[in-house]
Design a protein around this ligand. Structure first.
Ligand code: CP
Ligand code: NVA
Length: 307
Protein backbone atom coordinates (compact mmCIF):
# COMPACT_ATOMS: atom_id res chain seq x y z
CA UNK A 1 0.00 0.00 0.00
CA UNK A 2 1.39 3.41 -0.98
CA UNK A 3 1.69 5.77 1.97
CA UNK A 4 -0.97 8.47 1.77
CA UNK A 5 -0.31 12.15 1.27
CA UNK A 6 -0.96 14.17 4.45
CA UNK A 7 -1.38 17.91 5.07
CA UNK A 8 -0.06 18.39 8.59
CA UNK A 9 1.66 21.72 8.00
CA UNK A 10 1.73 24.12 5.08
CA UNK A 11 5.19 23.08 3.91
CA UNK A 12 3.96 19.51 3.34
CA UNK A 13 2.93 20.83 -0.09
CA UNK A 14 5.42 22.32 -2.52
CA UNK A 15 5.06 25.76 -4.10
CA UNK A 16 4.08 24.11 -7.35
CA UNK A 17 1.39 22.01 -5.64
CA UNK A 18 0.03 25.04 -3.79
CA UNK A 19 -0.14 27.01 -7.04
CA UNK A 20 -2.04 24.08 -8.57
CA UNK A 21 -4.43 24.08 -5.57
CA UNK A 22 -5.18 27.77 -6.04
CA UNK A 23 -5.81 27.25 -9.75
CA UNK A 24 -8.11 24.36 -8.91
CA UNK A 25 -9.83 26.40 -6.18
CA UNK A 26 -10.78 29.00 -8.80
CA UNK A 27 -12.48 26.31 -10.89
CA UNK A 28 -14.22 24.64 -7.95
CA UNK A 29 -15.42 28.00 -6.59
CA UNK A 30 -16.82 29.04 -9.98
CA UNK A 31 -18.69 25.75 -10.28
CA UNK A 32 -20.14 26.18 -6.78
CA UNK A 33 -21.26 29.74 -7.59
CA UNK A 34 -23.07 28.56 -10.73
CA UNK A 35 -24.65 25.44 -9.17
CA UNK A 36 -22.67 23.06 -11.35
CA UNK A 37 -22.42 19.57 -9.89
CA UNK A 38 -18.84 18.58 -9.08
CA UNK A 39 -18.75 15.14 -7.46
CA UNK A 40 -15.20 13.75 -7.72
CA UNK A 41 -15.43 12.32 -4.19
CA UNK A 42 -18.67 10.42 -4.64
CA UNK A 43 -18.92 7.60 -2.05
CA UNK A 44 -15.87 8.87 -0.15
CA UNK A 45 -16.11 9.51 3.59
CA UNK A 46 -14.30 12.18 5.58
CA UNK A 47 -13.99 11.70 9.35
CA UNK A 48 -13.60 14.95 11.27
CA UNK A 49 -12.15 14.71 14.78
CA UNK A 50 -12.49 17.77 16.99
CA UNK A 51 -10.72 18.09 20.32
CA UNK A 52 -11.37 21.86 20.32
CA UNK A 53 -14.37 23.99 19.35
CA UNK A 54 -15.02 25.15 15.78
CA UNK A 55 -17.55 26.89 13.58
CA UNK A 56 -15.76 27.58 10.27
CA UNK A 57 -13.56 24.50 10.09
CA UNK A 58 -16.35 22.05 10.81
CA UNK A 59 -18.78 23.76 8.50
CA UNK A 60 -16.36 24.20 5.60
CA UNK A 61 -15.14 20.58 5.73
CA UNK A 62 -18.58 19.08 6.24
CA UNK A 63 -20.29 21.20 3.57
CA UNK A 64 -17.21 20.91 1.34
CA UNK A 65 -17.01 17.14 1.22
CA UNK A 66 -20.77 16.89 0.65
CA UNK A 67 -20.53 19.35 -2.24
CA UNK A 68 -17.82 17.08 -3.70
CA UNK A 69 -20.25 14.14 -3.58
CA UNK A 70 -18.91 12.57 -0.37
CA UNK A 71 -20.04 12.50 3.23
CA UNK A 72 -18.65 13.53 6.61
CA UNK A 73 -18.72 12.00 10.08
CA UNK A 74 -18.11 14.21 13.10
CA UNK A 75 -16.34 12.85 16.18
CA UNK A 76 -15.36 14.77 19.26
CA UNK A 77 -13.33 13.90 22.31
CA UNK A 78 -16.33 14.06 24.62
CA UNK A 79 -18.46 11.39 22.96
CA UNK A 80 -15.80 9.04 21.58
CA UNK A 81 -13.21 6.73 23.10
CA UNK A 82 -10.58 9.36 22.21
CA UNK A 83 -11.54 11.20 25.37
CA UNK A 84 -11.20 8.05 27.46
CA UNK A 85 -7.57 7.33 26.80
CA UNK A 86 -7.59 5.12 23.68
CA UNK A 87 -4.11 5.50 22.20
CA UNK A 88 -4.06 7.83 19.21
CA UNK A 89 -2.20 5.17 17.20
CA UNK A 90 -5.02 2.64 17.78
CA UNK A 91 -7.65 5.21 16.88
CA UNK A 92 -5.77 5.97 13.65
CA UNK A 93 -5.59 2.29 12.66
CA UNK A 94 -9.33 1.84 13.14
CA UNK A 95 -10.65 5.15 11.83
CA UNK A 96 -8.51 4.98 8.71
CA UNK A 97 -9.87 1.51 7.83
CA UNK A 98 -13.42 2.85 7.81
CA UNK A 99 -12.94 6.13 5.98
CA UNK A 100 -11.13 7.74 3.06
CA UNK A 101 -9.73 10.84 4.73
CA UNK A 102 -9.41 12.29 8.25
CA UNK A 103 -9.34 15.91 9.43
CA UNK A 104 -8.16 16.53 12.98
CA UNK A 105 -8.30 19.60 15.24
CA UNK A 106 -6.26 18.93 18.35
CA UNK A 107 -3.64 20.22 20.79
CA UNK A 108 0.04 19.37 20.21
CA UNK A 109 1.30 18.79 16.66
CA UNK A 110 2.80 15.54 17.94
CA UNK A 111 -0.72 14.07 18.30
CA UNK A 112 -1.58 14.59 14.64
CA UNK A 113 1.88 13.39 13.54
CA UNK A 114 1.38 10.15 15.51
CA UNK A 115 -2.12 9.73 14.09
CA UNK A 116 -0.85 10.25 10.54
CA UNK A 117 1.97 7.75 10.95
CA UNK A 118 -0.64 5.05 11.70
CA UNK A 119 -3.22 6.15 9.14
CA UNK A 120 -3.91 4.42 5.83
CA UNK A 121 -5.63 7.53 4.49
CA UNK A 122 -4.71 11.23 4.14
CA UNK A 123 -4.78 13.26 7.35
CA UNK A 124 -5.48 17.01 7.32
CA UNK A 125 -4.54 19.42 10.09
CA UNK A 126 -7.65 21.41 11.05
CA UNK A 127 -5.62 23.35 13.64
CA UNK A 128 -3.08 22.36 16.27
CA UNK A 129 -1.34 24.46 18.91
CA UNK A 130 1.49 24.95 16.41
CA UNK A 131 -0.16 25.33 12.97
CA UNK A 132 -3.35 26.13 11.07
CA UNK A 133 -2.41 25.34 7.46
CA UNK A 134 -5.98 25.25 6.07
CA UNK A 135 -6.48 28.81 7.28
CA UNK A 136 -3.46 30.08 5.38
CA UNK A 137 -4.55 28.32 2.18
CA UNK A 138 -7.70 30.44 2.36
CA UNK A 139 -5.82 33.59 3.35
CA UNK A 140 -3.32 33.45 0.51
CA UNK A 141 -6.06 32.60 -2.00
CA UNK A 142 -8.05 35.59 -0.71
CA UNK A 143 -5.07 37.90 -1.06
CA UNK A 144 -4.48 36.72 -4.62
CA UNK A 145 -8.15 37.26 -5.49
CA UNK A 146 -8.06 40.84 -4.15
CA UNK A 147 -4.54 41.98 -4.97
CA UNK A 148 -2.80 39.44 -7.23
CA UNK A 149 0.37 37.42 -6.49
CA UNK A 150 1.66 37.63 -2.91
CA UNK A 151 5.29 37.06 -3.87
CA UNK A 152 7.39 40.09 -2.98
CA UNK A 153 4.67 41.61 -0.76
CA UNK A 154 4.87 42.36 2.97
CA UNK A 155 2.46 41.12 5.62
CA UNK A 156 2.24 42.53 9.18
CA UNK A 157 1.34 40.07 11.90
CA UNK A 158 0.30 41.92 15.06
CA UNK A 159 -0.20 40.11 18.39
CA UNK A 160 0.41 36.55 19.49
CA UNK A 161 2.96 34.35 17.73
CA UNK A 162 0.47 31.50 17.62
CA UNK A 163 -0.49 28.69 15.24
CA UNK A 164 -1.79 31.08 12.56
CA UNK A 165 1.33 33.28 12.82
CA UNK A 166 3.63 30.25 12.50
CA UNK A 167 1.79 29.19 9.36
CA UNK A 168 2.03 32.67 7.82
CA UNK A 169 5.79 32.43 8.41
CA UNK A 170 5.96 29.08 6.62
CA UNK A 171 3.95 30.59 3.77
CA UNK A 172 6.44 33.46 3.50
CA UNK A 173 9.27 30.97 2.89
CA UNK A 174 7.26 29.02 0.32
CA UNK A 175 5.85 32.00 -1.64
CA UNK A 176 8.70 34.48 -1.17
CA UNK A 177 7.12 37.34 0.75
CA UNK A 178 8.07 39.03 4.04
CA UNK A 179 6.28 39.01 7.39
CA UNK A 180 6.74 41.80 9.91
CA UNK A 181 5.87 40.36 13.32
CA UNK A 182 5.19 42.43 16.41
CA UNK A 183 4.42 40.63 19.66
CA UNK A 184 4.63 41.79 23.27
CA UNK A 185 7.88 40.84 25.03
CA UNK A 186 7.82 37.19 26.04
CA UNK A 187 5.55 36.12 23.17
CA UNK A 188 8.09 36.22 20.33
CA UNK A 189 8.23 33.76 17.42
CA UNK A 190 10.17 30.58 18.08
CA UNK A 191 11.61 29.75 14.66
CA UNK A 192 12.03 26.05 15.38
CA UNK A 193 8.47 25.60 16.68
CA UNK A 194 7.23 27.52 13.65
CA UNK A 195 9.01 24.97 11.45
CA UNK A 196 11.07 27.56 9.59
CA UNK A 197 14.17 26.95 7.51
CA UNK A 198 15.61 30.33 8.46
CA UNK A 199 14.81 33.92 9.34
CA UNK A 200 15.22 35.49 5.90
CA UNK A 201 11.50 36.15 5.47
CA UNK A 202 10.54 37.54 8.84
CA UNK A 203 11.51 40.50 10.94
CA UNK A 204 10.45 41.14 14.53
CA UNK A 205 9.41 44.67 15.62
CA UNK A 206 9.04 45.90 19.20
CA UNK A 207 6.51 48.54 18.13
CA UNK A 208 3.45 47.28 16.20
CA UNK A 209 3.20 50.61 14.35
CA UNK A 210 6.65 49.98 12.87
CA UNK A 211 5.60 46.48 11.85
CA UNK A 212 2.56 47.83 10.00
CA UNK A 213 4.39 50.59 8.10
CA UNK A 214 3.95 50.30 4.32
CA UNK A 215 2.76 46.69 4.36
CA UNK A 216 0.28 45.18 1.88
CA UNK A 217 -1.70 43.14 4.38
CA UNK A 218 -2.30 43.57 8.12
CA UNK A 219 -3.47 40.56 10.07
CA UNK A 220 -3.99 39.47 13.65
CA UNK A 221 -5.73 36.84 15.76
CA UNK A 222 -7.10 36.36 19.27
CA UNK A 223 -4.79 37.11 22.16
CA UNK A 224 -5.69 33.83 23.84
CA UNK A 225 -5.85 30.76 21.63
CA UNK A 226 -7.82 27.63 22.49
CA UNK A 227 -5.98 25.60 25.09
CA UNK A 228 -4.39 28.69 26.69
CA UNK A 229 -7.47 29.98 28.52
CA UNK A 230 -5.73 29.87 31.92
CA UNK A 231 -3.47 32.72 30.70
CA UNK A 232 -6.36 34.93 29.59
CA UNK A 233 -6.18 37.59 32.34
CA UNK A 234 -2.42 37.99 31.98
CA UNK A 235 -2.68 38.13 28.19
CA UNK A 236 -5.35 40.84 28.29
CA UNK A 237 -2.84 43.02 30.12
CA UNK A 238 0.22 42.02 28.09
CA UNK A 239 -1.42 42.53 24.67
CA UNK A 240 -3.29 45.79 25.43
CA UNK A 241 -1.02 47.84 23.10
CA UNK A 242 -1.23 45.31 20.24
CA UNK A 243 -4.67 46.16 18.91
CA UNK A 244 -5.01 46.70 15.15
CA UNK A 245 -6.82 50.03 14.99
CA UNK A 246 -7.47 52.66 12.33
CA UNK A 247 -4.20 54.46 13.07
CA UNK A 248 -2.27 51.26 12.47
CA UNK A 249 -4.12 50.67 9.19
CA UNK A 250 -3.14 54.22 8.14
CA UNK A 251 0.53 53.27 8.62
CA UNK A 252 0.09 50.45 6.09
CA UNK A 253 -0.15 51.03 2.33
CA UNK A 254 -3.38 52.75 1.31
CA UNK A 255 -4.48 49.63 -0.57
CA UNK A 256 -3.59 47.26 2.30
CA UNK A 257 -6.17 44.66 3.22
CA UNK A 258 -7.05 43.48 6.71
CA UNK A 259 -7.48 39.77 7.53
CA UNK A 260 -8.48 37.82 10.63
CA UNK A 261 -9.04 34.05 10.72
CA UNK A 262 -12.02 34.57 13.06
CA UNK A 263 -13.57 34.34 15.60
CA UNK A 264 -12.63 37.94 16.45
CA UNK A 265 -12.86 39.96 19.65
CA UNK A 266 -13.69 43.54 18.71
CA UNK A 267 -12.04 45.92 21.15
CA UNK A 268 -9.24 43.46 21.91
CA UNK A 269 -6.97 42.40 19.03
CA UNK A 270 -8.90 44.48 16.49
CA UNK A 271 -10.96 47.66 16.59
CA UNK A 272 -14.51 47.32 15.25
CA UNK A 273 -13.88 50.10 12.71
CA UNK A 274 -11.07 48.02 11.16
CA UNK A 275 -12.70 44.59 10.98
CA UNK A 276 -15.99 46.15 9.84
CA UNK A 277 -14.25 48.74 7.66
CA UNK A 278 -13.58 49.07 3.94
CA UNK A 279 -10.15 47.40 3.99
CA UNK A 280 -11.37 44.27 5.73
CA UNK A 281 -11.74 41.11 3.62
CA UNK A 282 -12.60 38.78 6.50
CA UNK A 283 -15.88 37.44 5.04
CA UNK A 284 -14.24 36.49 1.74
CA UNK A 285 -11.43 34.96 3.78
CA UNK A 286 -13.90 32.84 5.78
CA UNK A 287 -15.80 31.78 2.65
CA UNK A 288 -12.59 30.76 0.93
CA UNK A 289 -12.00 28.13 3.62
CA UNK A 290 -14.71 26.17 1.81
CA UNK A 291 -13.32 26.46 -1.69
CA UNK A 292 -9.63 25.96 -0.88
CA UNK A 293 -10.33 22.92 1.29
CA UNK A 294 -12.44 21.34 -1.45
CA UNK A 295 -9.43 21.68 -3.76
CA UNK A 296 -7.21 20.25 -1.01
CA UNK A 297 -9.43 17.20 -0.41
CA UNK A 298 -9.70 16.52 -4.12
CA UNK A 299 -5.91 16.76 -4.48
CA UNK A 300 -5.09 14.52 -1.50
CA UNK A 301 -7.42 11.78 -2.75
CA UNK A 302 -7.14 12.04 -6.52
CA UNK A 303 -3.91 13.93 -7.21
CA UNK A 304 -3.91 16.45 -10.06
CA UNK A 305 -7.02 16.35 -12.20
CA UNK A 306 -7.84 18.41 -15.26
CA UNK A 307 -11.53 17.98 -15.87
N1 CP B 1 -10.77 30.20 11.65
C1 CP B 1 -11.22 29.04 12.15
O1 CP B 1 -10.56 28.00 12.08
O2 CP B 1 -12.45 29.12 12.74
P1 CP B 1 -13.16 27.99 13.62
O3 CP B 1 -12.42 27.91 14.93
O4 CP B 1 -14.56 28.49 13.80
O5 CP B 1 -13.09 26.68 12.92
N1 NVA C 1 -5.27 30.97 17.22
C1 NVA C 1 -6.66 30.59 17.38
C2 NVA C 1 -7.28 30.34 16.06
C3 NVA C 1 -8.72 29.95 16.08
C4 NVA C 1 -9.27 29.62 14.73
C5 NVA C 1 -6.76 29.38 18.29
O1 NVA C 1 -5.92 28.48 18.15
O2 NVA C 1 -7.64 29.33 19.13
Amino acid sequence: MDSPRHFLQLKDLSRDELDYLFERTRIIKARFKTYQRHWPLQDRTLVMIFEKASTRTRLSFEAGVQQLGGSAIYLNTRDSQLGRGEPVEDAAEVISRMSDMVMIRTFEQDIIERFASHSRVPVINGLTNEYHPCQILADIFTFIEHRGPIQGKTVAWIGDSNNVCNTWLQAAEIFGFDVHVSTPPGYEVEAERAGLYGTAHFKQFADPMDAARDVDLVTTDVWTSMGFEAENEERLRDFADWQVDAEMMRAARPDAVFMHCLPAHRGEEVAAEVIDGAQSVVWDEAENRLHTQKALMEFLLLGRVND
